[in-house]
Design a protein around this ligand. Structure first.
Ligand SMILES: [Zn+2]
Length: 214
């Protein structure tokens, strides 16, 4: 199973396996593809939605989750011919909004550290098509001035239109040495992905999707 969703929002795919599950009194299908552009929920970023299409047959994908390293696509029904070649297509507009929220979270993280101090570390986050939420610990309630300056920094950085620098398969040790920020409590493998928006501002280990140009 291959994830191509950093580079593509649609691809050809085959169904490797599926199963029917019961959620309350509703039946749902979980589908595994050989290749997918769908981002599975992780690192705070919600899962993609979209559809699978083959000829006249089209089914909606309502959510994407990760389970035992498999990318699981959720659907209310299964295509009539499961052996067909499908076009797997991510809801582009929704993904674009999620991606904006995620990149904004990185800018906010960096701005928080600039204003409040480097003790600020991400304890969790929620990134979807509507909003971004960032959890962190600080020893005092933030003042209005602090909130203001953080907003100003984030807005300024957005206006700078910084090109995304995405590095894949960076050895973990090397990434740590460059001071890339890691997510608290997150397990990382031997190789990591590093997302940089201005190397003097925001460098983070991250598996999420990002704006390549603001
Ligand atoms: Zn991230």
């Amino acid at each position: 199973m291959e994830f191509v969703g950093y580079d593509f929002l649609e691809c050809e795919a085959e169904i490797l396996r599926y199963r029917k599950v019961k959620k309350g009194n509703k039946e749902q299908y979980q589908i595994v593809l050989n290749r997918t552009p769908f981002y599975a929920e992780s690192g705070g970023q919600v899962g993609d939605t979209g559809f699978l299409q083959s000829g006249e047959s089209k089914i909606s994908i309502t959510d994407t989750q990760k389970e035992n390293n498999l990318i699981i696509h959720f659907a209310d029904k299964i295509p009539s011919d499961i052996n067909a070649i499908f076009k797997a297509v991510v809801d582009y507009n929704r993904r674009a909004l999620i991606t904006k929220s995620h990149s904004a979270t990185h800018l906010m993280h960096a701005a928080l550290r600039n204003v409040l101090g480097t003790h600020v570390a991400q304890k969790g986050s929620m990134v979807n098509e509507h909003t971004t939420r960032f959890d962190f610990s600080h020893f005092a309630k933030m003042t209005d001035e602090e909130i203001n300056s953080i907003e100003q920094i984030v807005n300024k950085k957005i206006r700078e239109n910084i090109a995304l620098n995405e590095q894949r398969n960076v050895p973990s040790k090397q990434a740590q040495e460059t001071g890339a920020m890691a997510l608290f409590g997150e397990k990382y493998g031997d190789f990591v992905r590093v997302i940089t928006f201005d190397k003097n501002f925001s460098v983070e280990l991250c598996g999420g999707t990002h704006e390549s140009k603001w």
